[in-house]
Design a protein. Structure first.
Length: 132
């Protein structure tokens, strides 16, 4: 499954805080019963249009990965939690909203998986939007 969160945050200091992002990526996998297999990688990017600068972070999981991107001047953050293991997406989304103090967000879920050979070819697990 692939949890996607797009959110807005009025706290720009939080969105540019590399240590906060590193801490979230270091701690969060354990909170959703996943196994972190790398140190978090966090990078500040500012070789772009002034309104597009921010930080990005990534951590590998035994179950897949978590990626977080902030756009400081736009007060925007997006989070992807991609996992081959089921987890409580509602709890994860609410917790991540709180960690980034989101004032507005959209949560989406894409269920992953292939149909067995010979099954109909239509997508058995469509992309879904959850609460706004």
């Amino acid at each position: 499954m692939h949890l996607l969160i797009d959110g807005y945050c009025e706290n720009k200091e939080l969105l540019e805080d590399e240590e906060h992002l590193r801490q979230v990526l270091a701690e969060y996998p354990g909170r959703i019963s996943m196994t972190r297999i790398s140190e978090p990688y966090v990078i500040r990017y500012d070789d772009c249009e002034p309104e597009e600068w921010g930080i990005s972070g990534f951590v590998f999981l035994a179950e897949s990965h978590i990626a977080i991107h902030t756009f400081v001047e736009q007060s925007y953050v997006n989070v992807d939690v991609f996992s081959c293991k089921d987890f409580d997406t509602d709890v994860a989304a609410e917790d991540l909203r709180k960690r980034f103090k989101m004032t507005k967000s959209r949560v989406s879920l894409a269920e992953r998986g292939w149909s067995p050979p010979g099954a109909r070819s239509e997508n058995p697990s469509p992309f879904k939007y959850h609460g706004a």
